[in-house]
Every structure is written in structure tokens, then in C-alpha cells.
Write a protein that binds this ligand. Structure first.
Ligand code: K1U
Ligand code: ZN
Length: 172
């Protein structure tokens, strides 16, 4: 297992549409292990494979409250199959946009389908942080970021800030 470097805004990889996983191979299992290790190290409650530069439809999540009771989830080819009309606002963050948090409105509850590492197809309903997180992660698989839900003014501001930081780093 290894901790992989995170892809940070404005890297164009974050806008790529990730490819479905066709077969669960040793490489896929290794990717899941690396994603979990990278997510716990960050720390984060979710991670999409593209955030470590791999354009495959895999997500890891763990919204458990304590480190002692970890509940790691690995989602392969996840899809939202139902979303409630009712919305909720949650202050979101993103490991690819460090130290930036904003309120985002999304469906309050969702049902999602995915394959696990054993190749079983499962469907689950979620509310609270899990519902927000799974929507945020599936957006990553489609090249969508939570800043896309903000006003153009806020989005442009944060993109400009991260572009400047990237330029400074490249020049340093
Ligand atoms: O996909 C990502 O960038 C991970 C992101 C997921 C997420 C967080 C909040 C709302 C929606 C989606 C994060 O994990 S940001 C870090 C974070 O929220 C957190 C970190 C440690 C403990 C608790 C939360
Ligand atoms: Zn994110």
C-alpha cells in the first residue's frame, strides 16, 4: 500500500470523465488499497481515483466518526439511481482544493448502486454526510467539482487563487 500524491486544482485531470472498470484485477485491488491509505492520510472522508491521477470509476469513502471504528467503502462504477426532491445544504471541502470550504445544496437522500471488490452489485440508500459525499465523489468521476455549484464569481476567484499558487510553485 502507498500514499499517492493528490491532483490539485487547476490540474486539467480533474475535468476528465473516468472510464468504467471492466474487471476486478490485482491492479484494481491495489488501487483501492492505495486510495484508502491516501484518503485516511489526507485526511478525508472520500476520494475518487482521478484525484490520484487514475481515470477509472472507483471511489473510496469512510464517514465513520472514530478512527477505532473505521468503515472503509470501495465503490466500483457507482451510479446514483434515485435522488430525493428534498435538498440539504452542507459545507463541502475537497482534497483537490485544499483549505477551501463552501456551502453546496444537493439532494438530501440518494440511492446508489455500485460493485464491491468481490464483484457483487449492491444498492444502498444514504442520507446525511454519506449522501453528500457519494454525490461529491460521483461528480469527480464525471469531471465535476463542488465549485461548479457556486456562483461564477466565487468559482473564478478560487480557480485564480489556485492558478497563482501553481505558478508560484512552478517558478520556485
Ligand atoms: O473528494 C474529496 O475531495 C474528499 C472530500 C469529500 C467531501 C467532504 C465533505 C463534503 C463532501 C465531500 C473530503 O473528504 S474533504 C475533508 C473533509 O471533509 C474531512 C476531513 C477529515 C474529517 C472530516 C472531514
Ligand atoms: Zn473532492
Amino acid at each position: 500500500m502507498s500514499i499517492r500524491p493528490l491532483v490539485i486544482l487547476p490540474d486539467p485531470k480533474l475535468r476528465v470523465i473516468s472510464e468504467p472498470i471492466k474487471e476486478i484485477t490485482d491492479d484494481v485491488r491495489r488501487l483501492a488499497d492505495d486510495m484508502l491509505e491516501t484518503m485516511y492520510d489526507a485526511p478525508g472522508v472520500g476520494l475518487a481515483a482521478i484525484q490520484i491521477g487514475v481515470p477509472l470509476r472507483m471511489v473510496t469513502m469512510d464517514v465513520s466518526k472514530s478512527e477505532e471504528e473505521r468503515q472503509p467503502m470501495v465503490l466500483i462504477n457507482p451510479e446514483i439511481t434515485w435522488a430525493s426532491e428534498e435538498k440539504r445544504v452542507y459545507e463541502e471541502g475537497c482534497l483537490s482544493i485544499p483549505e477551501y470550504y463552501e456551502e453546496v445544496e444537493r439532494p438530501d437522500r440518494v440511492r446508489f448502486r455500485y460493485m464491491n471488490l468481490q464483484g457483487e452489485t449492491l444498492e444502498q440508500e444514504a442520507d446525511g454526510l454519506l449522501a453528500t459525499c457519494v454525490q461529491h465523489e460521483i461528480d469527480h468521476l464525471n469531471g465535476v467539482l463542488f465549485i461548479d455549484y457556486l456562483s461564477k464569481l466565487k468559482r473564478d476567484r478560487v480557480i485564480t487563487k489556485f492558478k497563482k499558487a501553481a505558478r508560484r510553485e512552478a517558478g520556485a
